[in-house]
Design a protein around this ligand. Structure first.
Ligand code: CUA
Length: 173
């Protein structure tokens, strides 16, 4: 089990335990009938609004700087790789890029929908992007590990779909 899977499992468990606890407390308190103190409820509602807004603002600023698109686009230097997807093969030009420098993939397809999937040497999916006929698709990615990456088509595009395999070499700088 990977670290991410463990974190997700623990977070999920925490949410379930909290949810069950909340449901039990609610079931108990709603059974006792008494006059509601609307003054106090209104005060609490305002306080909770503040808490929720603070959490959302913290989440926004804690995550927005990790969006890869914004980060890569800010860098002036980038390598361009033109990719053509056809039934049933890839043209990747050039087939070699440098690590730690953003690569802009410009992808096109003259025939049908394909999906450009890039896998590292451990067969882990690095990223994927849809290739759509009649539209240049762009994807920015910075490779942090040199090596030979495998390109697979991830969209069923016809009888030879499984033949759509290629490679991309990432050289150390
Ligand atoms: Cu191209 Cu599947």
């Amino acid at each position: 089990m990977g670290t991410t899977a463990k974190i997700v499992a623990i977070a999920y468990l925490a949410v379930v335990v909290l949810g069950v606890g909340l449901a039990l407390v609610l079931a108990r308190t709603t059974r006792a009938r008494r006059e509601a103190d609307t003054e106090r409820l209104a005060r609490r509602e305002r306080a909770w609004l503040g808490v929720v807004v603070a959490i959302l603002v913290a989440l926004l600023f804690g995550t927005i700087f990790f969006i890869p698109w914004a980060r890569s686009a800010a860098d002036g230097e980038k390598q361009i790789v033109r990719v053509e997807a056809v039934q049933f093969g890839w043209t990747v030009d050039p087939g070699t890029v440098r690590e730690d420098e953003p690569v802009e993939f410009i992808l096109r397809s003259p025939d049908v929908n394909h999906a450009f999937g890039v896998y590292d040497e451990h067969d882990r999916l690095v990223f994927q992007v849809q290739v759509i006929p009649g539209k240049d698709q762009r994807a920015l990615y910075t490779f942090e590990q040199p090596g030979t990456y495998t390109i697979l088509c991830l969209e069923f595009c016809g009888v030879g779909h499984h033949l759509m395999r290629s490679r991309l070499t990432v050289e150390p700088t």
